[in-house]
Design a protein around this ligand. Structure first.
Ligand code: NAP
Length: 292
């Protein structure tokens, strides 16, 4: 059984990106820039934003961080997005989700200039992804594709079963993997809470992606021998033995499923580091596109 070590692959990719950023600086006097906006004090969001900032520093991407309390008005946030859209030092804008209730998430995400939408959430980029045209691919699904490919796992012709149909993981992943392109060409099935006989479907998977957001959604009786399993879930479960009082687990019963799988991604250290790495990738791409 092989561990799909996202941390190791992300680290290698970041080395390559560091060289690319250096090249852009030397040849074009251009430093890719990312603005990260955080509203509220959701602990998971704070930790994600910290990770993104650290990753930018690691590869030499310039980053700006905007942190506001949970009462920050929508109107001001929209004004900030507009300012960042016009700022030539900024090539990527990321508004950390979820936003507080009083802010219309769609309105804010749609206000980001699609050419700076490095999260790939703007409908223009979602549409481009769907038809296979150039644009920013959303980071988690793109990271999952890279995690598989860089582990030499063939996707073409394989039956990929995705548990989860959210707009940030399940749906875009299905769109990416079904494209008539190298590194894709999969047969994709998407499952959700209204799916009947889930285990019957997951057992047919050559590659099973768990993105449900619930621990133990995938148990050993739901996978066939030799399946490749990617665990996207990040769930906090109480653990008094930890200083923080919790630990992170995925959606898959790792201990038992790993005995049947031919390859499996761990949580943490699987999809998470890949997601951040694809964000850096998109920011660098955006900077390159700004060269005229
Ligand atoms: P989400 O918006 O809550 O969507 C969860 C999806 O899973 C929904 O489509 C839901 O079905 C389906 N689902 C939930 N329980 C199920 C069950 N028992 N059987 C079948 N389907 C089930 O979550 P998300 O934003 O996609 O995120 C999913 C997980 O991935 C979360 O744990 C999140 O923290 C994690 N995540 C990790 C990364 C990373 O970089 N590592 C990035 C993004 C997300 P319905 O549509 O019918 O409700």
């Amino acid at each position: 059984m092989k561990i799909l070590d996202g941390k190791a692959i992300a680290s290698k990719m970041r080395e390559e990106m560091k060289a690319e950023v250096e090249r852009l600086k030397n040849m074009h006097n251009l430093v890719p820039g990312l603005a990260v906006v955080l509203v509220g004090d959701n602990p998971a969001s704070i930790s994600y934003v910290r990770g993104k900032r650290k990753a930018c520093d690691e590869v030499g991407i310039y980053s700006e961080e905007y942190k506001f309390d949970a009462e920050y008005p929508e109107e001001k946030l929209l004004r900030l997005v507009d300012k960042l859209n016009k700022n030539p030092k900024i090539h990527g804008i990321l508004v950390q989700l979820p936003l507080p209730e009083h802010i219309n998430e769609e309105k804010v995400l749609y206000a980001i200039d699609p050419s700076k939408d490095v999260d790939g959430f703007h409908p223009v980029n979602v549409g481009r992804m769907m038809i296979g045209a150039p644009g920013f691919l959303s980071c988690t699904p793109h990271g999952i594709q890279q995690l598989l490919l860089r582990n030499n796992i063939e996707i073409e012709g394989k039956h990929v079963v995705i548990v989860g149909r959210s707009n940030i993981v399940g749906k875009p992943l299905a769109m990416i993997l079904v494209q008539k392109k190298p590194g894709a060409n999969a047969t994709v099935t998407m499952c959700h809470t209204r799916t009947k006989n889930l285990a019957e479907i997951t057992k047919q998977a050559d590659i099973l992606i768990a993105a449900a957001g619930r621990p133990n959604t995938i148990t050993e009786n739901m996978v066939k021998e030799g399946t490749v399993v990617v665990d996207v879930g990040v769930n906090r479960v109480k653990d008094p033995s930890k200083k923080s009082g919790y630990r992170l687990v995925g959606d898959v019963d790792f201990e038992r499923v790993s005995k049947k799988a031919s390859a499996i991604s761990p949580v943490p250290g699987g999809v998470g580091p890949m997601t951040i790495t694809m964000l850096l990738h998109n920011t660098i791409q955006s900077a390159k596109l700004s060269i005229r």
